[in-house]
Each structure stands twice: as C-alpha cells, then as structure tokens.
Design a protein around this ligand. Structure first.
Ligand code: CA
Length: 423
C-alpha cells in the first residue's frame, strides 16, 4: 500500500495548496454538529471534517473495539497503540484518495461522513490526564535569564544537563476559542513591601508546541529513545498563558504555581507524529553531551514554521508580532519524555507535554511578550499606533503553525484566545 505521506497523493475533495489540511496531513480532532449528536472523532481534510464514527458504523474503518470514534475524546483510540494509529491513517488516506471510488462514488455515505468545517464546533481533542510544561528553548531561557539575573548567569547550571520542567494543571487546559479570564493573585512589585491581592497587570502568552502522549509507561520504569518516540501520538499548538507579576513573587523556591495554572490553550487538531515525519531534522548541537539516558541516535526535531499574531482590543485584524520555528528547541520532545519517566514517573494516555516557550536566535523570533517587550521596556508597536508591553482586556492572541512541503503544507490550524476582564 502506498504510504499516506506520499506527496503525489490527491484527494477527490478539492484542497487548496495553502490549506493546512491536505491528504498528507489527516489530523484527528473531536467535533460536534448542530444536529444535537454527541461530540465524536473526525479527521480534517481541506474544508471538511471526515466523521470517523460514520465510517466505523458503515464497516469502512475497522480498528477493533466498536465505538472508539463515538468517544468525546481521542484517548480510547490512542490507547490502541502505534500500529493501529498507522493502519488507521493509511486506511483513511486510501478512502480519501481521488483514485479510490469507495467513498468518492458513494453519495449517500459521503453526505453522512463529510461535514463542512464551517458547520462544526471543535472540542478539546483529548481528556488531558496530566500536563507538564518544559523550558527547553535555549534562546528563551537565555533571554529570561539575562533579564532577571544578568548576562553572566543567564542559564542556571542544570539547564544544559536536563530538560527543566514543572508539573502544571490538566484541569484548565482548554481548546482554541475559549475565552480566558484575567487571573487574580498576589502581586508584590519591587517598589512595595507587602503584597496585595489584585488582577494580574502583566499578562503574557507563551508560544509552545504540545506533545500528546498516546501510550502509558510503567511506574518505576525508564524509556529508551525508541519507546519514547513510539508513545508520542501527535502535536498541537499550545499557548501557556502566564501572569508575570504573580509568577515573579510566588516562584521562589518551588517554581511556577498559580501564575500558569489559570489557563492553557491548545489547537483542536492533533497532527500525528507520522504526518510530521517528512519534516524531521537535526536540532541544535548539544554541548556538553547529554548523559547516557538522554542520548538520541537520530534527529528528533521538526521543521515547523510558527507565527504569533496579536489583535489589540478594538482592532479589526491581528498583526504578526513573532515568527519562529519549532526546530530551534534545544531539548527534543523525545528527550523530555525520556527525562520525565527517568526517575520512575509513570506516564498516562492523554498526558500533555508543553515544549516550553519557543524563541529563535533573532529579535523578531521571540515567543513571549516578556521577551518581545524586554520586560516592558520596549513595547511592541501595532498598526494604528497601538502599543503593548503585556496583554490588555479584549486583546486576542492567535498562534499558527505549518510544515511547508513541495506544493502542500501540513498545517496545525490555529490556537486563539481572547482576554476577558477579571471579576
Ligand atoms: Ca511555559
């Protein structure tokens, strides 16, 4: 059977070369329609959603236990493992190809199984078991370190030896489009002696990629590079909303807590690891060499173009404020997962790993307002003379990502969030 990533494949569904969702992508999501049926699993193709539950009921898609795709999350499907993921993706690709009459010429099935994207509501695609956030961009960690500790102590001594991370909150991971209420917390700017409890004044975003873990690992065990890789079901765009003023006061000595626990937004479509395979590349050189348990034998980074746009409250259109790439990450997702399990920590189906803020080497490649505005000292200028150091009520933040192929792109869609005032 031809591989689903073959660039020569075409679907009988018309897909623009600039669409995020050609037949080479086939990302999974959870959607509902106005017919009142419960949310179920679908795949994006051009401007349509392919309803996998309809295909499963019509015996066109056999993944084993019936009803995997009538679930309101992808966890039951992910639990079936990488062999089933690959087989299912190959079968979906086959059903959508222009040279296959099975779905193309079955008008009745086509009308049931293909829903215009404009008619669906997209939901959180996974039931998030646990959320862990890393800090793996050397450029981001250096920028933050220079701002707060000076150039000579920018990176902490542990940073080059392990992917630094913390355990975040799964309870407030939300899908793109969910409005985000400005958080409240203890604020103690350096100019005052006693903290007050008030709405955050330095609200920020963090541009990240999220890894969706599709397989569990045993408590007490460790992971090889291959095992870690095979546990990764796919990737989403992730905005790790951050309250800088709350963070600054609370983070000593145990790290971020409430400053990052009020909301984390992800894009609705999970781009499979397999779909990203043609865009795999070697990451930055790691010096000193990682300890043996973190060594990688093959390239584990991906060439994903990333764009961040900000629509200021009252403005009509978003304006791009950062353009970077996932390829700059110092520690790969596979290394993060190997490190995560290395003490004996069990991983679960549905775990979400944030990559850490993705900044590139250039000034216009910074992945947070903290860096873009250099801690508020260089506000970013938006069209119409509007300036921003941090996010204001009514502002909307949009992240997009895509891998550029020859004549097609494997895209992530977008993750959007608009800020509501604190109560
Ligand atoms: Ca983060």
């Amino acid at each position: 059977m031809p591989h689903p990533n073959d660039p020569s494949h075409r679907s009988f569904i018309d897909v623009s070369p600039t669409s995020d969702f050609p037949i080479q992508n086939l990302p999974y999501g959870v959607f509902s329609t106005r017919d009142g049926l419960a949310p179920r699993v679908g795949v994006a193709i051009g401007n349509y959603v392919l309803d996998l539950w309809e295909l499963e009921q019509d015996s066109r898609l056999d993944v084993g236990p019936l009803g995997v795709f009538s679930s309101k999350c992808l966890n039951p499907f992910m639990a079936l493992g990488p062999k089933v993921w690959a087989k299912t993706r190959a079968r979906i690709s086959e059903l959508l190809r222009s040279d296959n009459p099975e779905l193309r010429d079955n008008r009745e099935l086509r009308e049931r199984a293909l829903v215009p994207m404009a008619d669906v509501t997209l939901h959180l695609p996974v039931s998030v078991s646990g959320y862990t956030d890393f800090y793996s961009s050397k450029e981001h960690a250096t920028n933050v370190g220079v701002m707060f500790r000076g150039k000579d102590n920018a990176l902490q001594p542990n940073w080059l030896f392990m992917p630094i991370g913390y355990n975040g909150r799964a309870s407030t991971v939300v899908v793109s489009g969910t409005k985000v209420k400005r958080p409240r917390g203890q604020l103690k700017p350096p100019t005052v002696d006693v903290p007050s409890f008030a709405p955050c004044k330095r609200l920020d975003f963090e541009l990240e990629m999220g890894v969706v873990v599709g397989q569990a690992s045993a408590m007490g065990g460790m992971l090889t590079e291959q095992q870690a890789e095979e546990m990764i079901f796919g990737f989403v765009l992730l905005n790790d909303w951050s309250a800088r003023d709350i963070q600054q006061w609370e983070y000593v000595p145990l790290g971020p807590f409430l400053a990052k626990a009020f909301a984390t937004s992800i894009s609705p479509w999970i781009i499979t690891r397999e779909a990203l395979e043609p865009f795999r590349l070697q990451g930055p050189e790691q010096e000193p060499a990682p300890l043996a348990y973190l060594k990688q034998g093959k390239p584990q980074n991906y060439n994903v173009e990333l764009d961040v746009a900000l629509r200021a409250a009252g403005a009509n259109a978003p304006a791009s404020i950062s353009r970077t790439n996932f390829k700059y990450m110092y520690w790969s997702s596979v290394q993060q997962l190997m490190h995560h399990a290395s003490s004996g920590c069990a991983m679960n189906v549905g775990d979400l790993l944030g990559s850490g803020t993705i900044s590139g080497p250039e000034k216009d490649q910074r992945g947070s307002l903290l860096e873009i505005s250099w801690n508020g000292t260089e506000p970013v200028e938006l069209p119409g003379g509007v300036k921003r150091s941090f996010l204001e009520d009514g502002d909307s933040l949009v992240m997009r990502g895509w891998c550029q192929g020859n004549g097609y792109r494997v895209g992530f869609g977008e993750v959007e969030g608009t800020i509501l005032p604190a109560e």
